[in-house]
Design a protein around this ligand. Structure first.
Ligand code: DLL
Length: 430
């Protein structure tokens, strides 16, 4: 395990009780701003008896109302705005094509740069680094988030954005960047493209996120690109990438920037779950001024934990995201997360890293798993057994030839498809 120094020791390395005081002060400041803005969140706070910032404390956070994506949609585009001094807008395309737009003040961009600088610094990125940034630039926060953080650190950022893989291969061959930032699925795609072009990768570390990926995928990427692959998590509603990030020394979990983004994990009824138990992540943006959100329910499921014992980093950590609440499939009464399918698929060296899970809802619910590999009956049978052991249900497995599973050149990989009728979403399904 490598180590990396702290970019902001006063934030990342303080004693937890000192940080708690900072968080409480910031929470009150935020509640004061919300009440002063007289918006949706102020109304809800008053409904639960909060009239003044001094009426809240960290200990009774649980009694404050949640905000959901549905709320943001209902008050689209700027019903949650608290400060008019907006300098940029980002967002995500959202599910069902409905965008979520988030407005940032200069102060918010400053916070973003700082948490992303910490994230990159924790991955061993330095002022000497050249960052090949293949996250998309645009409304999506990936490109700009890494850009702000990389520049804050003093590193050089190459804003390649997504797509045009041939040009990316050329730039890597010519400039030899030591850091790669992109989605994990694009990392695989780029790795394959480098290999087929005969270009030796130059990366030391990669900071990958924006979509779920397992430790199995991590091994694939590390093998393909010869780098250390770390996970970065975030969402536009909270800031973008940098809400939490693995560091070289965080033992496989992600350090949460909890001095800016207070984290909770809750069960489906909104009650807190203990550390180590998977729950839905809920974030409170303690320092944001443009569109601060109190107790935003993310829909992402992960487990929380304290810091690594005796580590200079004292931030709480979260596990890799295990799945999304709404991506959890209930197939014949059994709960399945697509990430569990990924763990099984990637554990078999005979199949490639690209796969697709199809929830067949046409008649009797079925789960199809499409992978790429050799046409071999034994392989097919082994996958059926391994999936049954892990998931508790029998899946229908299709082993398709390499290249059959659709790749995402830009944006996030689509690994789960719901099939309600019409033509099959992948070859080999009937
Ligand atoms: O995906 C921000 C981001 C950009 C994170 C680049 C990391 C790197 P949105 O487009 O708003 O923002 O999508 C947020 O993506 O709620 C998760 O469901 C998922 N997600 C983001 N990072 C991870 C991750 C960006 N590391 C949604 N693992 C979130 C699993 C992730 N899921």
């Amino acid at each position: 395990m490598g180590v990396s120094s702290l970019v902001e020791p006063d934030a990342e390395g303080v004693r937890p009780e000192v940080r708690r005081r900072v968080q409480e002060r910031r929470l009150r400041g935020m509640v004061g701003r919300l009440l002063g803005a007289e918006g949706v969140q102020a109304r809800r706070l008053r409904e639960v008896g909060v009239r003044d910032a001094r009426d809240v404390s960290l200990g009774d956070l649980w009694r404050l109302p949640f905000v959901t994506k549905q709320d943001l949609w209902e008050h689209y585009p700027d019903g949650f705005l608290v400060d008019e001094r907006i300098v940029c807008v980002h967002g995500s395309s959202g599910t069902g094509g409905r965008p979520t737009l988030i407005s940032y003040t200069a102060h918010d961009v400053d916070v973003w740069a700082s948490v992303m600088a910490r994230a990159l610094g924790g991955a061993g990125v330095s002022a000497k680094s050249l960052i090949h940034n293949a996250y998309g630039y645009g409304l999506f926060t990936g490109g700009m988030g890494v850009h702000h953080g990389g520049m804050r650190l003093g590193a050089t950022v190459l804003p390649v954005s997504g797509g045009m893989t041939e040009r990316q291969v050329r730039l890597i061959a010519d400039l030899r960047p030591d850091v790669l930032c992109c989605t994990p699925s694009y990392a695989v795609h780029l790795g394959e493209a480098l290999r087929s072009a005969g270009v030796e990768p130059s990366f030391r570390v990669g900071v990958f996120g924006a979509e779920p990926w397992t430790d199995g995928m991590r091994e694939q990427i590390q093998g393909l690109l010869g780098l250390r692959a770390l996970d970065v998590y975030g969402l536009s509603e909270v800031i973008g990438p940098g809400v939490a990030c693995e560091s070289l020394d965080s033992a496989g979990m992600l350090n949460v920037a909890e001095d800016h983004f207070l984290v909770e994990a809750v069960d489906p009824d909104g009650r807190p779950v203990p550390d180590g138990t998977p729950g839905e992540l809920v974030f409170t943006t303690l320092t944001k001024t443009g569109m601060p959100l109190l107790r935003y329910r993310t829909g992402d499921v992960a487990a929380l934990a304290g810091p690594v014992p005796d580590s200079p980093r004292t931030l709480r950590r979260m596990s890799k995201v295990l799945g999304r609440r709404d991506d959890m499939l209930v197939v014949r009464g059994v709960n399945v997360f697509p990430s569990e399918v990924e763990s099984v698929v990637l554990a078999d060296p005979r199949v490639g890293p690209h796969y697709l899970v199809v929830e067949d809802r046409r008649a009797r619910p079925e789960l199809w798993v499409v992978v790429e590999g050799p046409d071999d009956e034994r392989l097919h049978a082994d996958l059926v057994v391994a999936l049954r052991e892990r998931l508790g249900i029998t899946c229908r497995v299709v082993v398709a030839p390499p290249g059959a599973v659709p790749r995402a050149e830009t944006g996030k990989a689509r690994r789960l498809v719901r099939w309600d009728g019409g033509p099959p979403p992948a070859p080999g399904l009937s």
